[in-house]
Design a binder for this molecule. Sequence first.
Ligand code: NAD
Length: 257
Amino acid sequence: MNLRGRTAVVTGSNSGIGLGIARELANAGADLVLNSFTETQDDRDLADGLAKEFGVTARYIRADMTNPDECHALVAEAGACDILVNNAGIQHVAPVEEFPVERWDSIIAVNLSSAFHTTAAALPRMRASGWGRVINIASVHGLTASPYKSAYIAAKHGVVGLTKTVALETAEDPVTCNAICPGYVLTPLVEAQIPDQMKVHGMDRESVVREVMLARQPSKQFATVEQIGGTTVFLCSDAATQITGTTINIDGGWTAL
Ligand code: NAD
């Protein structure tokens, strides 16, 4: 796979799945724009390290995905945006009647609205350049539900709907839009959920991992960031030119249940 000459903007890419996707795209030759809401030396060093490791250009651009103007500014500052990966995401676990309103608002903003804003910003230049890929990192929770994650599940179902709509609006353009729906991938987001889940279910860590988190993942294995990244690269390949408006589930069989 040769993505030389393509620039990929990956939101929320200073850790976890976003970083794994950025690494696989760089390994395929893409230049990178990394992003998060922080602005630290570690963030800049991360971009420099990837540039050296893969022989591509890599920049870090701070932009808070809760802020529509900053979503647009990220794409504008990137200059080129051939591949847009909407990956930034946050989570909160609580019963719906106790769900803090500000957490609901921020989860919808980061996990759903940011994808709308960055896509709106990126599509004109994708159309003008004659090639584009929008890849939204949704979740099995964009297709199914679990208790205590109302905002996250509402946002991820929204991302799947946005994906289909953008695919139809770009169907005659050289642009595709798809969603990847991972099951559980062991990253900081998942690590952070474990104490909450232990509290909600009254279980120890090992029981929560096997009986709650991987209960619906028939393979009983977490997916890996390399697998999500590899699927992203595939969606950028010529073989995927007619794949648009769909979801690719990487969930060890979860959605087959
Ligand atoms: P993570 O916490 O490691 O990464 C989340 C990223 O989003 C980080 O880089 C963080 O800095 C960034 N981010 C958070 N708020 C932001 C903001 N306001 N502005 C800009 N960046 C922001 O989590 P992860 O597990 O790698 O999750 C990445 C994506 O994958 C999320 O959309 C998540 O919903 C999705 N996902 C994760 C899993 C899983 O099991 N880990 C499963 C399905 C889907």
